[in-house]
Design a protein around this ligand. Structure first.
Ligand SMILES: [Zn+2]
Length: 329
């Protein structure tokens, strides 16, 4: 982030929305009807949150940004009529909403070994987000066949994935729930961090857990952490790690876990790998069909970073994002 002398956030936002902002990135993530009957929400200066707003045209929405200088801006679902303070989402017919997934670094707090908590992140723990995006993107493409998946840095502590495929636009909360549930392996009733049993997971997902999640758990984590999480001796963990690296490098081994493991150990290792490295998707964001979601191209006011579309989430780090102060320079 920009250090030193910088103009106050509100002044920077005013300049940004009046002279540098465009709706191009927002238009790229929505499947249909970017204006007209779509709902928008804003956090305005003074921390006033408003929603149930629609704009007839791009020009009117741009003017709204210029005049009101929102601290945060969100887009929601499309309805059969434009929304207004007197015609709210409860009073109109819902037509559709892109399928959206949310990954936040704070979801990993119980397994982050770097010491970061909440909104904090570092290169070590941000790898978890990069890996999660890789596993999710592959799952959405291969297991569900979704073609248009756009990844967005929110400007805060994580990523969104917008799926634009037409068939997903009208998905009910139940259908959205089914997609998330398919991918979800960690359930958290009262903070217990329960990992689902592997045999009941879909085959494609299981092979992905072996080839990606397990390998990164064994090759990227400290051996002490692995030993503790798997309840195995240091010597056995060393052998595991060595074989995982050989497997990762290529042809030497045909599978990442050897036959020398004791009964029950393989299951324990996989569950530990899932707990530490597997995607943790915020279920609520995906199933709420009336939710308003941060618009790419707008500023996240608690960091000053601009939410942006990223072409490769597996290589992206938040320092790559532009701040509002850099944008107006
Ligand atoms: Zn960290």
């Amino acid at each position: 982030m920009t250090e030193g002398k910088q103009i106050p956030l509100l002044q920077a936002l005013r300049e940004y929305y009046n002279t540098h902002f465009s709706l191009d990135q927002y238009e790229q993530v929505v499947a249909t009807q970017p204006y007209g009957n779509r709902e928008f929400g804003f956090l305005l200066p003074g921390n006033v949150f408003i929603r149930n707003r629609s704009f007839h045209s791009k020009q009117i929405l741009l003017e709204y940004f210029q005049v009101n200088v929102p601290l945060s801006a969100y887009a929601g679902a499309v309805y059969d009529q434009p929304l207004s303070p007197t015609l709210r989402i409860q009073n109109v017919q819902w037509m559709g909403h892109e399928l959206v997934f949310d990954l936040d670094i704070n979801e990993y707090d119980s397994v982050r070994v770097c010491g970061c908590k909440g909104r904090e992140y570092c290169h070590q723990c941000w790898e978890l987000i990069q890996e999660a995006a890789e596993v999710m993107d592959e799952t959405l493409a291969e297991d569900f066949g979704y073609k248009e998946r756009i990844w967005v840095f929110t400007g805060g502590r994580g990523l969104h994935c917008w799926v634009k495929d037409e068939k997903t636009f009208s998905y009910s909360p139940r259908q959205r729930d089914a997609v998330v549930s398919y991918m979800q392996m960690i359930h958290d009733p009262k903070g217990q961090q329960r990992v689902d049993s592997l045999p009941s997971a879909p085959k494609l997902l299981v092979s992905r857990i072996y080839s990606k999640t397990l390998i990164s758990f064994l090759t990227r984590m400290d051996e002490k952490v692995i030993a503790k999480a798997t309840e195995m001796s240091k010597q056995r963990v060393r052998r595991l790690v060595k074989e995982a690296k050989e497997y990762q490098e290529g042809t030497k081994l045909s599978k990442p876990l050897g036959n020398w493991l004791k009964k029950g150990e393989e299951e324990r290792i996989l569950k530990a790998a899932i707990l530490y490295r597997y995607p943790r998707i915020d279920h609520k964001v995906s199933i709420d069909i009336r939710r308003v979601v941060r618009m790419p191209g707008t500023v996240h006011s608690s960091t000053g970073l601009i939410s942006e579309i990223i072409s490769n989430p597996t290589e992206f780090y938040p320092d790559d994002a532009m701040s509002v102060w850099e944008a107006i320079k």
